[in-house]
Design a protein around this ligand. Structure first.
Ligand SMILES: Nc1ncnc2c1ncn2[C@@H]1O[C@H](COP(=O)(O)OP(=O)(O)OP(=O)(O)O)[C@@H](O)[C@H]1O
Ligand SMILES: [Mg+2]
Length: 383
């Protein structure tokens, strides 16, 4: 076992494990593909730290990106850090602390990947931070991210309320609720004075996570709200009595920038913008940021863009990597370090009516949303 922290930098530590063929940063830039076993053995040999190694000697095989494995092997947990070796040049700038060096690797966004600690338990709950999951572009992963971020936060002991704010009711469907059978939905909560939130709330199968469901009725609200007094803050008023009961309220917006979305932005403290890693990803984002700024100026000065979440990322395609690089170029530190890979597991979860964290708890997708939850919590705590 090589001596830890013996050198002035991580460079020597990395060199010491060079015997197991750690790639150089330059090589990685060229290939972007890493042999997981080699990397992981390298990390294990540095301090015996438990990482999610693929068992067995795969040295004869073509290097495969870790995210190619849909299921993690039994008994292994996902550590996204484990995919990346330290960049020697970068590591040379770090303090001689082997544990820190191991963590600070280049992530898929091309920036050093920080370590997001597992959040400790809470002794009391509330008041809630409200997050709007928003992008007027359709099919970018808003609903998938709402369900799975919510479920991951709930797994970490946070009390979570999900608000289905899309008349399509996809969030409700994704949690096993049939929107057509609902008598009361978020529409009633918005439009009927005196309607108690408790009457509309549904418990989900995930402990600590509740749902305000919706169905096609909500599309009428968009029209009816136009003549209301303070029509943009209707949702904010409806959520007020629930604030003390939850730690996080996540609103799944519809794919438009209409009055419902403006209501969600007015109620929210933070916005998360999911972006699909494909060619037109950035189209329309300027309009979205303009809308966020207008809401900030006129209705909700507390509103902040928490982050841009890259979704449906496929590390095997140059295209995905290029789009992600463009997104980071445009939004810099606003882009979450956590990137959600493309996997068929997500459409499957919609059919199953449950989050990926319970449907395929050991999957890479579940691990990615758990990491996102830790990153979101870390950003909140950093304030
Ligand atoms: N990471 C992913 N990998 C593969 N498929 C995904 C991923 N995320 C979401 N999907 C699938 O893509 C489709 C669109 O996702 P989702 O419904 O979450 O997007 P949305 O932004 O909420 O769409 P809409 O704008 O219609 O509300 C769904 O079928 C979903 O299962
Ligand atoms: Mg949706």
């Amino acid at each position: 076992m090589p001596a830890q922290g013996s050198g002035p930098s991580g460079f020597e530590a990395a060199g010491a494990v060079g015997s197991v063929a750690v790639r150089t940063f330059a090589e990685r830039q060229n290939t972007q593909r890493i042999a997981p076993t080699q990397t992981l053995n390298a990390h294990q040999s540095m301090d015996g730290h438990q990482v999610n190694a693929m068992a067995g000697d795969r040295s004869g095989e073509t290097p495969t990106h870790f995210a190619d494995y849909d299921e993690l092997p039994e008994g292994h947990f996902y550590d996204p850090d484990a995919e990346y070796e330290p960049d020697p040049e970068y590591a040379a700038t770090l303090a001689p602390d082997a544990a820190r060096q191991r963590r600070e690797r280049i992530g898929p966004t091309g920036r050093p990947l920080p370590y997001f600690p597992i959040p400790g338990p809470l002794t009391d709950h509330g008041p809630a931070k409200i997050i709007a999951m928003c992008n007027q572009k359709g099919g970018v992963g808003k609903t998938t991210s709402t369900i799975n971020l919510g479920a991951a936060l709930a797994e970490y002991g946070r009390r979570v309320l999900l608000v289905d704010f899309d008349p399509q009711g996809a969030l409700s469907v994704g949690l096993g609720v049939n929107p057509m059978e609902l008598d009361l939905t978020v529409y009633n909560l918005l439009m009927e004075r005196g309607m108690a939130a408790d009457e509309v709330l549904l418990k989900t199968a995930v402990p600590n996570m509740d749902l305000l469901p919706s169905n096609i009725d909500l599309s009428a609200a968009e029209v009816q709200l136009v003549s209301e007094v303070a029509r943009e803050s209707t949702l904010q008023r409806a959520l007020k009595p629930l604030m003390q009961d939850y730690d996080y309220i996540v609103i799944d917006c519809q794919p438009s920038l209409g009055l419902l979305t403006v209501n969600a932005l007015t109620a929210a403290h933070k916005v998360i913008v999911p972006l699909e890693c494909e060619f037109f990803a950035l189209r329309g984002v300027a309009l979205l940021t303009e809308t966020i700024e207008k809401v900030q100026e006129r209705l909700n000065p507390d509103l902040e863009l928490d982050g841009i979440l890259a979704t449906m990322y496929d590390s095997r395609t140059v295209h995905s990597r290029e789009v992600l690089a463009r997104v980071v170029e445009a939004f810099d530190d606003h882009v979450y370090h956590t990137v959600i890979g493309r996997t068929v597991r997500f459409p499957e979860t919609t059919v199953a009516g449950e989050p990926i964290t319970t449907y395929a708890s050991n999957s890479v997708g579940a691990a990615a949303y758990r990491q996102l939850a830790r990153e979101v919590l870390a950003r909140c705590h950093a304030e």
